[in-house]
Write a protein that binds this ligand. Structure first.
Ligand SMILES: Nc1ncnc2c1ncn2[C@@H]1O[C@H](COP(=O)(O)OP(=O)(O)O)[C@@H](O)[C@H]1O
Ligand SMILES: [Mg+2]
Length: 612
């Protein structure tokens, strides 16, 4: 129930819509019943059972009042009067006309009710997906390294879809169908209490039989959802790694992996289908069973003149009863879909409920510039309890340049991730202007610090928007100026549509050097005061590395710099160099001092020299 209310809360302000839904549904049921009840006079007039006293007798109209009984009285009075004055054919036409009107009305209201229910559902799904994506984008980086992307995708897409499905049935099960059943049974009781008691006793047989199957479906449903998540993960991984798969000729490996999960999924779905298809068969059989019972019992009453109703009333009774079984069947069947949806929504909410590890404090400060210093004090950090950074101490003042040097995997990139709070330190503190990073607004902190890594992620959008990323207010002039500084203007001009050329996933491709230059232009435009260069040129061939390096040199001017590089030229003139090994600072000082010490730095720089 709590889950339900939570789902409904996503529909937004809905009281008014709900009211409309209830009203239209009730009206639809009412007119549907009127329509069925009209069968009695119709059959009677056809089989000439209405006794009008053999003569042209008219009955006085009953006085005004509003009740179901009164409505019926009014109708039969009118009906008999028509037979008396205009004959049976006219009475037949009269009944037919009213039938058409009530069918029209019943369907009109049903349509309205369905539209309203659909609007509610679509609102829920829309808001749910919106919140989920918002939430996912806030989660800390660690979450994405641990979770399969395909699994997250399955939750946002297919689980949410199941929730929508469940809602559709919920409306039916908790309001429409019970109301319909009650409506039908009121009429049935009205016609014959005796028969209806018998019918009521038999209903649990129909409902119960179906519910048993449905229960068994549920376990399989949860398994099937999990399997779909895994399937999507494999697919996602394969798409991302297609180059590796092809060049290592490991297609059979990934095919096998996919096929294994795919067949698990298929088997699960088949087992669900088997049980699901049993539902209509069983309900059909049980329904007919109960109906035959009533036919035999009621028919006997008619024959033996034990009843108060005529044959045509009895036929109508049976018809109405058969119609009343439809919502009963629908309820028991819908319950399975609802349970599926609830299972799905539990997973969706579990995702929505994950607390982002990195959030703003309520009184977080906006930081606009670096005034005194950035310092790491006794910083320790571990990914999943595996210590990576150990007791790191370093300080950098505005406008200075420090370099981080060390073997691959020593923890250099991790240090920069701590600086812009992609992760929080496990121990110690990172301070800017004597305040811990946690005191600052995360967005403003990340704007303060520009990071250029080995690779620039381009989005499927125009060159212009890729440079002006997240800054729709950026002027054309500013973007072009940034591109010029990044040495990117010339190649952009040469693209088919210039700055309006669509690039990135699915768009036209750029070389990795060009992508880096766009990344630099992007950083130029965002004007960070602190710049982190994490091996920005190391993935490039020497010709493009030279171009990119020139662009970086321009970008660096006047900034506080963290440089991770293996090119000696970039490191040499740093104000202080920190040599990191296995997460620890093993040496620090200027280039000259470190060369004299003849330690790890000297050995590494000999290597770099050879590369340069
Ligand atoms: N998201 C992560 N989860 C777990 N371990 C990680 C993650 N990122 C990096 N590591 C590990 O942390 C260590 C340092 O990585 P990194 O900072 O990228 O090194 P560097 O940049 O110096 O090459 C490596 O051993 C790496 O395997
Ligand atoms: Mg690195």
């Amino acid at each position: 129930m709590k889950t339900y209310l939570r789902i409904l809360a996503y529909a937004g302000p809905i009281q008014r819509l709900f009211l409309f839904y209830f009203l239209t549904t009730l009206l639809a049921i009412f007119f549907g019943l009127v329509n069925l009840s009209l069968l009695i006079p119709l059959l009677e007039v056809l089989f000439s059972q209405t006794d009008v006293g053999g003569a042209l007798v008219t009955i006085p109209k009953p006085g005004p009042s509003i009740s179901l009984a009164h409505l019926k009285e009014l109708f039969s009075c009118h009906f008999i009067n028509i037979i008396a004055t205009h004959g049976r054919v006219s009475a037949l036409y009269f009944v037919c006309t009213i039938m058409i009107i009530s069918v029209l009305l019943a369907n009109l209201f049903r349509y309205l009710a369905e539209i309203i229910a659909a609007e509610l559902r679509i609102n829920v799904i829309h808001n749910l997906r919106k919140e989920l994506f918002d939430k996912i984008s806030r989660l800390h980086m660690g979450y994405f390294t641990k979770q399969h992307k395909g699994d997250i995708m399955a939750k946002v897409m297919s689980n949410v879809q199941e929730v929508e499905h469940a809602m559709e049935y919920t409306f039916k099960v908790f309001f429409k169908e019970p109301a319909t059943i009650i409506g039908f049974f009121i009429v049935l009781f009205y016609i014959s209490p005796q028969l209806t008691w018998l019918a009521l006793l038999s209903l649990p047989i129909v409902g119960g039989g179906i519910t048993t199957i449905v229960r068994r479906l549920l376990k399989r449903a949860a398994q099937s959802q999990a399997s779909l998540g895994r399937l999507m993960s494999i697919l996602e991984e394969a798409m991302g790694g297609m180059r590796t798969i092809k060049s290592f000729a490991v297609r059979p490996y990934i095919l096998g992996k996919f096929e294994q999960e795919n067949s698990t999924y298929a088997k699960l779905n088949f087992s669900i289908l088997l049980k699901n298809s049993l539902v209509p068969l069983l309900s059909e059989f049980l329904g007919v069973l109960v109906m035959t019972l009533l036919l035999a019992y009621g028919g006997r009453m008619v024959f033996l003149h034990e009843s108060t109703f005529t044959a045509s009333t009895f036929i109508t009774y049976i018809i109405i009863f058969s119609q009343a079984l439809v919502p009963v069947k629908s309820i028991s069947k819908s319950l399975s879909n609802i349970q599926r949806g609830l299972a799905a929504s539990k997973q969706v909410f579990a995702l929505a409920d994950i607390q982002p590890a990195i959030v703003n404090k309520p009184d977080a400060r906006i930081i606009e510039s670096l005034q005194q210093a950035i310092s790491f004090k006794e910083v320790c950090f571990a990914y999943d309890h595996k210590p990576i950074i150990k007791h790191l101490n370093l300080t950098i003042e505005p406008g200075k340049k420090i370099a981080l040097v060390g073997p691959s995997g020593s923890g250099k990139s991790t240090i920069t991730s701590l600086l812009n709070r992609l992760y929080d330190v496990t121990q110690g503190v990172v301070q800017i202007d004597s305040l811990p990073l946690q005191d600052y607004d995360v967005q403003s902190l990340r704007k303060l610090i520009g990071i250029i890594t080995q690779e620039t992620t381009l989005f499927h959008d125009t060159v212009f928007n890729n440079i002006a990323l997240g800054r729709p207010e950026a002027s054309e002039l500013a973007v072009i100026e940034a591109a010029r500084i990044a040495h990117a203007h010339d190649f952009i001009k040469a693209l088919p549509l210039g700055y309006q050329t669509v690039i990135g996933a699915g768009g036209s491709k750029l070389s990795s050097g060009q992508a880096q230059q766009l990344g630099i232009a992007r950083t130029v435009l965002s004007k960070p005061s602190v710049l982190v260069l994490d091996e920005a040129t190391s993935a490039l061939d020497s010709a493009s590395a030279k171009l990119v390096q020139e662009a970086i040199d321009r970008l660096m001017q006047g900034k506080t710099l963290f440089v991770i590089a293996h090119r000696l030229s970039t490191i040499r003139n740093a104000d202080e160099i920190f040599v990191i090994d296995a997460g620890e600072v093993v040496e620090h000082g200027t280039h000259e001092v470190l060369m004299q010490q003849g330690g790890l730095y000297k050995r590494l720089s000999m290597l770099y020299y050879q590369e340069d």
